[in-house]
Design a protein around this ligand. Structure first.
Ligand SMILES: [Fe+2]
Ligand SMILES: [Fe+2]
Length: 400
């Protein structure tokens, strides 16, 4: 489901959620960089619209956000976005494109409309009227409840000082208030205040998934956050497949890169809190310490004491011998997540299920590890001793 999301409102999310009973797994929200349907207007920048969207789906695994159109810039045509999504997501089944009946009449005139229908089923949601109009192409009518709501009307209400707050998801509302967007009076949000004043979360109190996601979002740029969130989603999916706790997997995924934007000094300081030594490779390239640093930070700030989560975060970059199943899952998810543009599609088909449903976690892990090491070595990049040991161990087991 594409859109400008300027700002995202509850009508968007409700319309998207109405497709779930049709048997879909997840909704991919694709914010436009620039709408092909509307003339450019003075709106919020792509990055802020993206941030409002991301904060509105916090902890909700039914949603994901894909920033491909923002990264591509200019006008994106639906057919190009669909092809890109097919390449990166390796869908098991035909995906659907969802749009409102306000756009349905013009659909046959979209660029390559016939090809769009080959790539996706068309779902039309009611925005204007509950009466079904018949369009001259195959489509499914959603029969959703109509909400008299548009981003334009939300912007007008904010501007006019009318009560708009219940129309926008909490995350977006907080950003609009904190930044005074669309002419809203600036408010210091409760959650932001609580987080910054405590210097983290109160010690001894375990933070909730949404609280951790909120903190993680504040510690990285939106694109790195999308990477982290994808790793969280894939990790939870794999945990479900292999009988592990999905929430723990999500938490490990969302926090695994939480220290990646730290400066050298803070990275080193956090990492060395684990009492371990500094390897030559780490000394030469301190960014490799971001896993160790994050493993310490999540204990200190969020009160996480689940050993499996800590291990998964700590070893996500290099892997290690005898790591447990959750660490293997996060390692895999990190290497193949959908925002990465240079992943072998065969690898994704294995992990996302299509071709790999019968594979064990150990087999999946060794395939992904092998591919990753081969990729690094082919490009003359350094691989840690730990990872090489791990790979040779796997080879030995396979040939023995
Ligand atoms: Fe990482
Ligand atoms: Fe990562």
């Amino acid at each position: 489901m594409g859109g400008s999301f300027d700002p995202v409102h509850k009508g968007h999310l409700n319309m998207a959620l109405a497709v779930m009973p049709l048997g879909y797994d997840r909704i991919i929200l694709v914010p436009a960089y620039q709408s092909p349907f509307k003339p450019p207007r003075q709106g919020e920048t792509a990055e802020i619209r993206l941030l409002m969207l991301l904060s509105s789906i916090s902890g909700d695994r039914r949603f994901t956000v894909d920033a491909c159109e923002i990264l591509r810039e200019g006008i994106s045509y639906t057919i190009d976005t669909l092809r890109d999504l097919h390449e990166r997501y390796q869908f098991d089944d035909k995906p659907a494109l969802i749009f409102g009946d306000d756009l349905a009449a013009s659909f046959p005139r979209w660029k390559d409309a016939d090809l769009i229908m080959r790539e996706a089923d068309i779902i039309i949601a009611s925005r204007l009227s509950s009466a079904q109009v018949h369009y001259p192409y195959p489509c499914t009518f959603l029969g959703n409840v109509i909400m008299e709501l548009s981003s334009g009307s939300v912007r007008d209400m904010i501007q006019d000082g009318r009560d708009w707050k219940s129309l926008v998801p909490d995350g977006a509302r907080r950003i609009i208030e904190e930044r005074g967007l669309y002419g809203a009076p600036r408010v210091k949000s409760e959650e932001a205040a609580r987080y910054s004043e405590s210097g983290g979360w109160a010690s001894g109190v375990s933070a909730t998934i949404q609280g951790i996601e909120y903190a993680a979002r504040g510690m990285m740029n939106p694109h790195r956050f999308i990477h982290s969130r994808n790793v969280a989603l894939h990790s939870a999916d794999l945990a479900g497949r292999f009988g592990l706790d999905e929430d723990s997997a999500y938490i490990a995924g969302i926090t695994h890169d939480i220290c990646k934007e730290f400066d050298r000094g803070s990275m080193m300081e956090y990492a060395l809190k684990d009492g371990g030594a500094l390897s030559d490779l780490e000394r030469g390239k301190p960014s490799l310490l971001h896993g160790r640093a994050a493993a310490m930070l999540i204990q200190e700030r969020f009160g996480i004491n689940d050993e499996a989560v800590i291990e998964a975060v700590r070893f996500h970059t290099t892997g290690a011998s005898n790591i447990g199943p959750l660490a293997k899952i996060v390692y895999i998810a990190d290497k193949i997540e959908t925002a990465r543009t240079t992943v072998d599609p065969r690898l994704r088909r294995l992990v996302f299920g299509g071709d790999g449903k019968s594979l064990s976690l150990d087999t999946l892990f060794s395939i992904v590890l092998n591919e990753t090491v081969t990729w690094l070595l082919e490009r003359g990049l350094n691989v840690s001793d730990e990872t090489l040991k791990l790979r040779s161990g796997i080879r030995y087991e396979k040939t023995d």
